[in-house]
Write a protein of this length. Structure first.
Length: 215
């Protein structure tokens, strides 16, 4: 990864020992003032989004710190060859098990809870201990399966982020489960207290339909 002002930080998931990387891009002028606390934008599927978000920080989000979270780096080599470097996203961002035992054994779906623990306990703590971030102004961005994962975070640990940007979330089949999460007494009592932006393309027939139903 070579882009202006981007640091590549290896990070281990404490619970499982899995290896990931953080792609951190500092705000313009970050090194000139050690008193400013910057809002941080955390995003999954880092390799899918890092370039366009990096470009956006030059003009649209000049005062933000980007924190991209990679896919698992030490993933099984056979699975990596078959599915590509992004193979771990199917496990890390999914909120239900597969009804197909073969697929479940292969992809290990249903580890969103574990991945959220990693983000809360390892990623965010590392970033906030080492960078000048505004701890009250965190944002999450996820697209497609990453958008589904963002909806899961919102409905289980809403205080993780202040702002949620969910692009074309892959909600097919998961809306009933998400609705059940949203009906929990604790969520109803405390409320979500978060800003949520859900987007989809006008020509997106499948994902767009579910995104509109979610809203």
């Amino acid at each position: 990864m070579e882009l202006p002002r981007i640091q590549v930080i290896p990070i281990k998931e404490a619970k499982t020992g899995r290896q990931y990387e953080l792609y951190i891009k500092l705000a313009v002028g970050y090194s000139k003032n050690n008193k400013i606390q910057y809002p941080a934008l955390y995003f999954t599927d880092a390799m899918f989004h890092i370039e366009i978000l990096s470009g956006s920080t030059e003009y649209l989000m000049e005062n933000a710190i980007l924190v991209g979270i990679s896919w698992q780096k030490d993933i099984n080599e056979n699975l990596k060859k078959e599915e590509g470097a992004q193979a771990s996203r199917y496990r890390d961002y999914s909120i239900r098990k597969s009804s197909n035992p073969e697929n479940q054994a292969k992809y290990q779906f249903w580890e969103a809870s574990n991945h959220l623990d990693f983000i809360r306990n390892d990623v965010i703590k590392y970033v906030e201990n080492n960078y000048q971030t505004d701890t009250a102004n965190r944002t999450y961005f996820g697209y497609s399966l990453g958008g589904l994962f963002g909806a899961y975070i919102l409905l289980t640990q809403p205080d993780t982020f202040k702002n949620y940007i969910l692009g074309s979330p892959a909600l097919r089949g998961d809306i009933p489960y998400l609705s059940k999460l949203g009906s929990h007494a604790e969520i109803k009592r405390k409320g979500l207290n978060a800003n949520v932006f859900v987007s989809n393309g006008t020509l997106e027939k499948e994902l767009g339909e579910y995104a509109r139903e979610c809203v």
